[in-house]
Design a protein around this ligand. Structure first.
Ligand code: WT7
Length: 648
């Protein structure tokens, strides 16, 4: 790829950020040349029960261990220490419901809630090292549950409340969760999402769960198993029950978060207590440079890493005030997000390119209805941001005065790895580039053979050094951890993305280099969706791939082979889609399902997804010499032609 293809407008930004990038450069250099000194200072962002002795134990790569010997508790750092300071009555969260209700929870209020839930969890037999699973909507109890677990040293796994029962069961099974914390339901687009029912189905398929704590939120009738289920309000009193924070080792796991890879089985990404917390708090400061009194709104869901790191841990460790919003950003009207920005005078808004493109489609008139002048910084995350969306965000939302902080990172990286470091001096921005690496990050762009490519050339992005926020392992699967991330380019962490570094050192992230899709910023595995499709009785083969989509980034296309009784039955297709929805969740439902008589396969019988995709998208199928028969290729073309006709 030619460097000249990149838009390199340098846009003016607000005066207060014109610090140049010399502080960034010297900080970055120090982080690599004197890591001991650098991290000694950066780790003082936390209160430690015992200072760490060794910065990095790299005796057993790639199982790097940071801040060894250090002891701390994350809930203490996120809550207790603020309660002992002038932040005691400061809002930790301003919770906003889809219907407009609001609730303000101070640091003191959070402290009481966390202690009380921690106490209830202990009373139900949960102790240090146990695993619990959280399946909650965007309500206060979500951060409370994460912090309560951290307080008693239980490892939590938060599962996005949009996941279906099979996905939930897999995660319960793999994490061996002893407890589930859920709600009767959640609100979305004016409707109730049945969370408790999904939990019941999932728990039935597994054997580890002893208790389910249920938050009464929607208030509708739900099934209740008296031997297993308990109401949150019955076990969590309103009075204050102090629970001593468990003193944890820096390398005790804090949480497991499942994410998609190239196989059907989701990966349980394990994050540490010390390294992760140091990383998220520092990266938030470096990238967004928040003021003590800013109102921060990370409009992601807590169920994803963005929410874990930048709705819960980083802002709380820093003692900031966050907006926590339950609901759709375009319900009941397309100005919902802007209305919340105005009503709560939000200073920093952090959202995804898909959200920006969705809002952009509705037109300028919606943001123009609201006073957005409190905004000072705008963030983007989850997928590459195209220059047109970047400029719209910059001009129409930020009024040409708010820097765009495009943060590139992953579930595995814990926090930002490439992002403009506003806190260290704003670099001139280029729309579509995440700019430069965070301190401690040492990226390299490689070709197929692991050779560094010249600037301006596309390659695989990898990292030469570990950093504190990097995940520790995959739950139950250290071999897969090594194999997936550290074998492609020996000695380096390979993350599955393409990137370019231009001649000025700016990084441009170009999307996934593997069989992973990014649909509306959500990371989905093609194989996961294929497995869900063929688990439907009557579907015998499936090939799933992503098709470029102007709003969602990618849409999901499935080609399936079905048994004769299902053939050409549209009701059948509706049932298949419902099956995927109930098992994996609505975000996994294919946008297009095409039934064909056969799929192209290699002589050894492997479905050639690449060929299906190329043919369906009208590209040349490439080398198909290993193909078993070409009839299936013609059939895919015909199915697409037919689909296009129906579409008009
Ligand atoms: C994948 C990770 C990052 C937290 C939320 C998603 C893509 C993420 C960017 C960005 C270009 C991006 C990558 C990455 N990605 N942010 N700013 N520019 N691509 O975490 O679900 O683990 O997905 O999202 O492809 O590998 P995730």
């Amino acid at each position: 790829m030619e460097e000249g293809n990149f838009d390199s407008d340098v846009l003016p930004t607000e005066e207060r950020y014109h610090l140049g990038i010399s502080t960034y450069r010297s900080t970055y250099e120090k982080s690599l040349s004197s890591p001991e000194e650098f991290w000694r200072e950066a780790s003082s962002i936390l209160d430690w029960n015992r200072p760490w002795e060794k910065l990095l134990d790299d005796s057993n790569p790639p199982f790097y261990r940071w801040f060894t010997g250090g002891k701390l508790n994350v809930s203490y750092n996120a809550v207790d220490r603020h309660v002992r300071s002038s932040r005691r009555n400061k809002a930790a969260y301003i919770w906003v419901a889809e219907n407009g209700d609001e609730k303000i929870v101070t640091y003191d209020g959070l402290y009481r809630r966390v202690n009380n839930l921690a106490n209830a969890m202990k009373n139900l037999g949960i102790s240090k090292g146990d695993r619990i699973l959280i399946y909650l909507p965007m309500i206060i109890e979500a951060p409370v549950a994460m912090l309560a677990a951290a307080r008693i040293g239980a490892v939590f796994s938060f599962v996005f409340a949009g996941f279906g029962s099979a996905a939930l069961a897999d995660r319960i099974e793999d994490s061996k969760a002893r407890m589930v914390i859920t709600a009767d339901g959640g609100f979305r687009n004016g409707k109730i999402v049945e969370l408790k029912k999904t939990v019941d189905e999932a728990v039935e398929r597994t054997s580890s769960v002893r208790n389910v704590i249920v938050v009464r939120h929607t208030g509708h009738e739900i099934p209740f198993d008296d031997g297993r289920d308990v109401w949150y309000h019955e076990v969590v009193p309103n009075s204050m029950n102090f629970v001593e924070p468990e003193v944890m080792d820096s390398n005790d796991p804090l949480f497991i978060l499942y994410t998609s890879g190239t196989t059907g089985k989701p990966k349980g990404v394990v994050h540490s207590t010390g390294g992760y917390s140091v990383w998220v708090a520092n990266t938030m400061k470096w990238a967004f440079n928040p003021d003590e009194n800013d109102r921060w709104w990370c409009a992601a869901d807590i169920g994803w890493i963005t929410g874990h790191s930048y709705i819960v841990f980083a802002p709380l460790i820093l003692g900031l005030t966050s907006i926590l919003y339950e609901g759709s950003i375009v319900y009941p009207a397309p100005d919902r997000l802007w209305e919340i920005v105005e009503r709560y005078r939000v200073n920093i808004l952090y959202t995804s390119p898909t959200a920006i493109r969705t809002l952009m489609r509705f037109g300028e008139k919606y943001p123009a209805m609201h006073d957005l002048s409190t905004l000072s910084v705008l963030g983007s995350v989850g997928e590459p941001i195209n220059p047109a969306a970047w400029k719209w965000y910059y001009q129409k939302i930020g009024g040409g005065k708010c820097p765009i902080v495009d943060t590139y990172w992953q579930t595995e990286t814990g926090g930002f790895v490439i992002a403009p470091a506003l806190g260290l001096g704003l670099p001139p921005l280029k729309p579509g580039s995440a700019t430069f690496p965070m301190p401690g990050i040492d990226p390299v762009i490689l070709d197929e053979n692991g050779k560094e490519v010249p600037s301006g050339q596309k390659g695989y992005i990898a990292y030469r050094k570990p950093w504190p926020g990097m995940f520790m392992t995959l739950n139950n699967d250290p071999e897969r951890f090594k194999e997936t991330y550290f074998s492609r380019f020996p000695g380096m962490y390979y993350c599955g993305d393409y990137a370019v570094r231009d001649s000025e050192g700016y990084y441009w992230l170009l999307g996934r280099a593997d069989e992973v899709l990014k649909v509306s910023g959500h990371r989905l595995g093609t194989v996961e969706i294929e497995d869900a499709l063929i688990s439907f009785d009557g579907v015998v083969e499936a090939a799933v791939f992503g098709k470029p989509d102007p709003v969602k980034g990618e849409s999901i296309v499935a080609f399936i082979v079905v048994r004769p009784e299902l053939h050409s039955d549209t009701e059948g297709v509706a049932k298949i889609r419902l099956h995927v929805r109930e098992n994996l969740g609505p975000i996994y439902v294919p946008d297009e399902v095409h039934i064909v008589a056969s799929l192209p396969k290699t002589r050894s019988g492997k479905i050639m997804r690449r060929v299906v995709k190329a043919v369906a998208l009208g590209d040349m199928p490439g080398d198909i010499s290993t193909l078993e028969s070409s009839a299936s290729v013609d059939e895919i073309r015909a199915a697409i032609e037919e689909f296009k006709k129906q579409d008009v």
